[in-house]
Design a binder for this molecule. Structure first.
Ligand code: SF4
Length: 227
């Protein structure tokens, strides 16, 4: 089952509907190959990497996962591990104790309920320890090709700065973006916004002077205002 679309009526900010196509065109021109920066070769590895990426950088996750996946290549192998076995392998990642607990429990649940495979089902992924709507969207879109918009800190911040959503709740931001962009571009949009948020429109020092969206961004200059 794909991620459910939000059906509630939305009230996006004024001008959002005319701005959205310009945002998409600009992202397509500047980040044509946008994709996840997490390293993975199987749905299980993607699920684990996504759980580890909560409040951590993809770079730090990618530095740790080769050794983790060499030791625990699938749910069956990881299900035999105790959290203390996993901890040393992910110690360099923030919140590693809780994440080790979640991974051990998650692997066991995959084995018990899903034959050791990552379920191709939004509701089943959301129900796994350490996973939430964002994780499920990442896994379903990148591993199974479903249209989804995972709202992380970058996507949420850019949606607000670009006047595409006035919401702070990630679920509501996701809802607004779903109404503004064509379904077939949701996965691209998510990855491209993340890249733009990392490279140009950072949280603390947005480089509006170098931003290709400065012409139509309602928050242009926000970096100067906060200094
Ligand atoms: S103009 Fe500034 S605030 Fe707007 S998207 Fe670009 S960097 Fe971010």
């Amino acid at each position: 089952m794909p991620p459910p679309s939000h059906s509630a009526a939305t009230a996006v900010p004024r001008g959002a509907r005319s701005r959205a196509p310009r945002v998409l065109q600009t992202l397509e021109a500047h980040y044509p190959d946008a994709r996840t920066e997490l390293a993975f070769t199987t749905p299980f590895e993607l699920l684990v990497a996504t759980v580890l990426s909560a409040q951590a950088t993809d770079v730090s996750v990618n530095a740790a996962t080769p050794a983790l996946f060499a030791r625990y290549p699938d749910a069956q192998a990881m299900s035999a591990a105790q959290p203390e076995d996993i901890e040393p392998l992910i110690r360099s990642i923030g919140l590693y104790r809780g994440k080790a607990r979640n991974l051990a429990a998650l692997a066991r649940l995959l084995l018990e309920r899903h034959g050791g495979e990552v379920p191709n089902d939004f509701g089943a992924v959301v129900a796994l320890p350490g996973a939430g709507r964002k994780t499920a969207n990442v896994v379903l879109s990148n591993a199974f090709g479903y249209p989804a918009i995972a709202v992380d800190t970058h996507v949420g911040r850019l949606a607000r700065r670009l006047g595409l959503s006035g919401q702070t709740n990630p679920d509501k931001v996701e809802r607004d973006l779903q109404t503004l962009f064509p379904r077939e571009r949701w996965v691209f949009l998510h990855h491209a916004l993340i890249l733009h948020g990392r490279r140009i429109c950072t949280a603390r020092a947005p480089a509006c002077g170098a931003c290709p969206m400065a012409d139509f961004c309602p928050q242009v200059g926000v970096g100067l205002a906060s200094r």
